[in-house]
Design a protein around this ligand. Structure first.
Ligand code: SF4
Length: 371
């Protein structure tokens, strides 16, 4: 049996869980190729106009999956206690069904961690019939998925790197095929290189004597993983940044640090991704080593309309240079490069004139900073 897994949205955060799960069941996963123009165009044709860019990309990846028995579209309601995923995650699979080719079967299951582990297992057991596996095998697969997801999450921290982390999962003898036409299966590194080229600054960083500050600017890029690591949609923003500055990501912040930077809000943030983004953004706003923050969002993102505003206020409070980049399917590379260069020039100048902060807008800020 071959199961198609779209390389979009939940792929970037939860693929280790599902790959461990299906690996344990001895089921082959076929992953759609990295996003390209055709995938984007197909997605735009099938997704609803009002939805967000990542959902449109998901719709394109669904159509890029060929020769599979099922396309896997899980409904991920909640991935940890006391939080939910975004409402648009909850709407999957129904919201993207128009993108499923006629006659193609869909495999879906609900994952809700707000329920007990027992209930989660029970929900997964609905797969027994379609996959032809026993309940015991599903339980075993769940444990394997949890183990791989934990490894992936534990690998996050200061030196975290997306492709390195997935390479480690591969070393756990995961075997899958690419849905591209290539006959030889690609290694994780080969697959990921088209998403994020190896970071030149990483090697430089490693050669620096301990405690020595790099001359390069340090910029935090915060936003959903499926935007920051989706190089086609973000016009290679991450690569462009890596070429010019040292980059910090949401995944470079340890979970304890995220939790520590959530305090002080009047209300708890109940979307799991947004919690991570706000915690990391708040930390970077206070971190003296970080010279500026770029918040990457997309049109149509409901949760970011709130979280972006909160992070921008934190940055303003700390007089941290801050830029918002909003992507959509029409974003142009020239515009992005111009804004990026202008922002980095401004941050550079600011670093050269440390201590001088314009008083413009301070009265405004004092009122608007109350969260
Ligand atoms: S959090 Fe925003 S970008 Fe992500 S699925 Fe929801 S609306 Fe779309």
């Amino acid at each position: 049996m071959k199961i198609g897994f779209p390389r979009a949205l939940y792929y970037f955060d939860y693929f280790p869980f599902w790959s461990g799960f299906f690996h344990s069941l001895d089921i082959e996963l076929v992953i759609s190729p990295p996003t390209h123009r055709e995938i984007m165009n197909q997605g735009l044709k099938k997704a609803s106009d009002e939805t967000c860019l990542p959902l449109k990309i998901l719709a394109g990846h669904i159509q890029a999956l060929e020769d599979v028995d099922y396309i896997f579209l899980p409904r991920m309601v909640s991935v940890e206690a006391d939080t939910y995923t975004c409402p648009k995650f909850l709407g999957i699979p129904e919201s993207v069904l128009p993108a499923v080719p006629e006659g193609q079967s869909v495999l879906t299951v609900t994952l809700n961690w707000r329920n007990s582990k027992r209930q989660v297992l029970k929900d997964l057991e609905v797969l027994t019939e379609q996959l032809g596996k026993s309940k015991a095998e599903i339980r075993q697969a769940f444990n394997k998925g949890m183990e791989w997801q934990k490894k992936y999450q534990n690998s996050m921290g200061a030196e975290w790197d997306f492709e390195d982390s997935l390479n480690k999962i591969e070393s756990a003898s995961w075997d899958s095929t690419e849905s591209s036409k290539s006959s030889a299966p690609l290694t994780w590194k080969e697959r990921m290189i088209s998403i994020i080229p190896l970071t030149s600054d990483k090697a430089e960083k490693q050669n620096l004597p301990v405690g020595e500050k790099s001359d390069r600017l340090r910029i935090a890029l915060v936003g959903h993983s499926y935007l920051t690591h989706e190089s086609y949609a973000n016009l290679n923003l991450l690569r462009k940044l890596h070429e010019k500055v040292d980059v910090e990501l949401v995944q470079n912040v340890r979970q304890e640090d995220i939790e520590g930077h959530l305090s002080g809000l009047r209300k708890k943030i109940f979307w799991s991704h947004s919690k991570q983004i706000f915690g990391a953004g708040n930390k970077y706003a206070q971190d003296q080593r970080v010279d500026g923050i770029i918040y990457l969002t997309c049109f149509g993102c409901g949760t970011d309309s709130i979280i972006q505003e909160l992070v921008s206020r934190k940055a303003r409070e700390k007089h941290k240079p801050y830029m918002l980049i909003t992507l959509d399917e029409h974003s142009g590379e020239a515009g992005l490069v111009t804004r990026l260069e202008a922002f980095l020039d401004m941050v550079e100048r600011r670093r050269g004139h440390e201590g001088y902060v314009s008083t413009y807008g301070e009265c405004l800020d004092s009122d608007s900073n109350a969260l």
